[in-house]
Design a protein around this ligand. Structure first.
Ligand SMILES: *[C@@H]1O[C@H](CO)[C@@H](O)[C@H](O)[C@H]1NC(C)=O
Ligand SMILES: *[C@@H]1O[C@H](CO)[C@@H](O)[C@H](O)[C@H]1NC(C)=O
Ligand SMILES: *[C@@H]1O[C@H](CO)[C@@H](O)[C@H](O)[C@H]1NC(C)=O
Ligand SMILES: *[C@@H]1O[C@H](CO)[C@@H](O)[C@H](O)[C@H]1NC(C)=O
Ligand SMILES: *[C@@H]1O[C@H](CO)[C@@H](O)[C@H](O)[C@H]1NC(C)=O
Length: 230
């Protein structure tokens, strides 16, 4: 009998258009589809890839020391990605808002995520201790969402969110272990930074050579290129 991985199940159940599956904390739900409402793929909808706010939130450590794991390779064209992981705050206590209030608080990014090739691929990356955006000090019980933004070939951005609730009781936080937090071989994640075209020229041959070495110039990320942070 054919063994069915979750990859296979999701592939079968939706026309896969793009993007990242969040495996830790769990995502809002499967947004790997396109239909009449989302002809270019649901995942392209800001802020959370078209999925509405959920109520089954994952407890997350108050100091931000939780993990963050996702599978980036769900469609062709994701060999090279820029990734941001942001904290979306809200809705505030007692608010009946149907969506987060603000996703402009970057926890980490831009990161350069490379897959094994430009076709669909399996595998995940995991940041064991994600941290919090600078200056953000949540309170116990605060509601928030972790948002991953994946910028792919041609500059389109794909979104997905995991809804969390901050807690100081680590017993409530789902365990992080080698089953849910690992880096698959063939995937690499490292800090990157954007350099505007003009800046790259001004930065001189050293930077240009570095970018060429990284193979990123040929990837043509719109008007921007990446250079590695050393
Ligand atoms: C919440 O429920 C939805 C729908 O059942 C599911 O897809 C999602 O993974 C759940 N999220 C968590 C954090 O368990
Ligand atoms: C497209 O899929 C979304 C998510 O399942 C659903 O909410 C929406 O109604 C669908 N649109 C159409 C036109 O089927
Ligand atoms: C979101 O938060 C950022 C950082 O605190 C702030 O600069 C920005 O004005 C906020 N945006 C909105 C729409 O509230
Ligand atoms: C890893 O932690 C998850 C909960 O996040 C749990 O379901 C799973 O059984 C754990 N795996 C191992 C090998 O301990
Ligand atoms: C995965 O790779 C990133 C980037 O090198 C690293 O920060 C992280 O600790 C790795 N995750 C695990 C579980 O080793």
């Amino acid at each position: 009998m054919k063994s069915t991985t979750i990859f296979g199940v999701l592939l079968a159940s939706a026309q896969v258009q793009a993007h990242a599956v969040l495996t830790y904390p769990a995502w809002r739900g499967n947004n790997l589809l396109s239909n009449e409402s989302f002809p270019f793929g649901m995942a392209r909808t800001y802020p959370c890839g078209g999925m509405p706010l959920t109520t089954n939130r994952t407890f997350y450590p108050l100091d931000g020391s939780g993990a963050f794991a996702f599978e980036p390779g769900w469609s062709p064209g994701h060999g090279l990605n820029a990734v941001y992981i942001n904290l979306c705050i809200g809705p505030g206590e007692g608010s009946d808002a149907k969506e987060v209030a603000n996703c402009s608080l970057t926890i980490t990014g831009p990161l350069e995520l490379k897959g094994p090739h430009d076709n669909q691929y399996e595998g995940q990356v995991c940041i064991p201790r994600l941290g919090l955006p600078k200056g953000v000090v949540p309170k116990k019980g605060d509601l928030a969402s972790l948002q991953v933004v994946q910028i792919v070939k041609h500059g389109a951005a794909l979104y997905s969110c995991a809804d969390i609730i901050f807690t100081d009781d680590l017993a409530q936080v789902p365990a992080v272990n080698e089953t849910n937090c690992f880096n698959s071989s063939g995937l690499s994640l490292k800090p990157a930074k954007f350099i505007a075209d003009g800046d790259a020229a001004a930065a001189g041959s050293g930077a240009a050579a570095m970018m060429q070495n990284s193979g990123l110039l040929s990837a043509a990320f719109g008007l921007m290129v990446f250079a590695y942070l050393l």
